[in-house]
Design a protein around this ligand. Structure first.
Ligand SMILES: [Zn+2]
Length: 365
């Protein structure tokens, strides 16, 4: 035994090599460092491996004892290396997660939020729904018709003569060719005829929808805009029913103080016909040359839509006995309604899908 006490195979040497290995394994800060530690203490040229190679110089019980001690040391080193590898691997995974974690407060503060902003419902959509709700509460049903409409529904059925200027291709979009008989509807009124053909009186329908005319886009015009059409056909309906209905509609849009008036007009599909005006809500009808009002151009009133009693010719075309039933109808521009309601002065705001505009209405989804 005394022979080996001064060699690498001594109890002390093996214990020292083991302690050094365990200490370095423990203090390895990362997997790279641990790799070096592994080579130094468990590799072919490690102290313990080299000691193991000289074990053949020992004999009998001594050889067995030293062999066992070296085996145990190597085993301890292997276990320690495995444990530390696991620890360092978990640490590395955790740090990757931390590095890749998105700090939401930082993203919001940096302004990147705008690029991920949620959409907002367009005010045209919400006002159409709001108007539908107002009329549904009065017993109306929502009706729909196609945007590419038969010329017959858009014009002829509404008592619009063949030579009426609104039928010209300078006013109306024709599909494919002028004789295709299909137009992009210029008004929501064809829905009236469809509703009358599909059901029998009493009929109460409200029909919001998109319409098309060959206007250039400017501050007050757009080639694609929206109307809401109302139609009632029943026994004994009169102009006063129409006026009462539109007064209620106006109040639901602009508040209880709003005043309306009828101004005589002409539409082929209603008789008598009227323009529906609202008392100017900017100057309250009190504008004059001294007190100029841009909104009503000193008229005191602004035009909101058209209306009238359904022309008996239109009722008869729909197969409704005009001696037993009467009807009233009205059409209102939705863009116009929105502009009045919110003081929007430029049509571009309504047409361009700018989130900064739509989100102003507080209707984010
Ligand atoms: Zn005014």
């Amino acid at each position: 035994m005394s022979d080996i006490n001064s060699t690498a195979l001594s109890h002390e040497s093996i214990a020292t090599a083991l302690a050094k290995a365990l200490s370095e394994i423990e203090s390895a800060k990362n997997l790279d460092e641990l790799k070096t530690v592994r080579i130094n203490h468990a590799g072919d040229k490690s102290e313990i491996a080299l000691a193991n190679r000289t074990i053949g110089s020992l004999q009998g019980a001594e050889k067995a004892e030293v062999g066992k001690r070296i085996g145990e040391a190597r085993n301890q080193i292997r276990i320690a290396l495995d444990q530390r590898t696991d620890e360092l691997q978990s640490e590395r995974e955790e740090s990757i997660l931390i590095e890749e974690k998105v700090d939401v407060t930082q993203v919001l503060a940096s302004g990147r939020r705008n690029s991920q902003a949620v959409g907002a419902r367009h005010p045209l959509t919400t006002i159409a729904e709001h108007i539908s709700d107002v009329f549904i509460a009065m017993g109306y049903e929502v009706a729909e018709g196609p945007e590419a409409e038969a010329e017959w529904f858009n014009f002829d059925a509404l008592n619009i003569s063949e030579d009426h200027p609104s039928r010209s291709s300078t006013d109306t979009f024709y599909l494919e060719s002028l004789d295709s008989g299909v137009v992009l509807r210029t008004q929501t009124s064809p829905v009236q005829m469809r509703a009358m053909l599909e059901s029998k009186p009493p009929i109460y329908v409200i029909a919001p929808g998109k319409v098309f005319r060959t206007d250039e886009l400017d501050a007050t015009h757009t080639p694609v805009f929206h109307q809401v059409e109302g139609l009632a056909v029943d026994k004994n309906l009169t102009m006063s029913d129409l006026k009462g209905t539109l007064d209620h509609f106006a109040k639901s849009m602009f508040g209880p103080g709003i005043e309306t008036r009828f101004r005589p007009s002409f539409f082929p599909f209603t008789e008598p016909s009227a323009e529906l005006d609202l008392k100017c809500f900017v100057c309250k009808g009190k504008s004059n040359k001294k007190n100029n009002c841009k909104t009503c151009r000193n008229e005191g009133w602004i035009e909101w839509g058209g209306c009238g009693m359904v022309n008996p010719n239109v009722l008869e075309t729909a197969g409704i006995d005009s001696t037993k039933f009467s009807g009233f109808a009205f059409g209102i521009g939705l863009e116009r309604t929105l502009m009045f309601r919110y003081g929007i002065t430029d049509m571009h705001d309504l047409v361009e899908a700018d989130i900064r505009f739509t989100s102003r209405f507080g209707l984010g989804i």
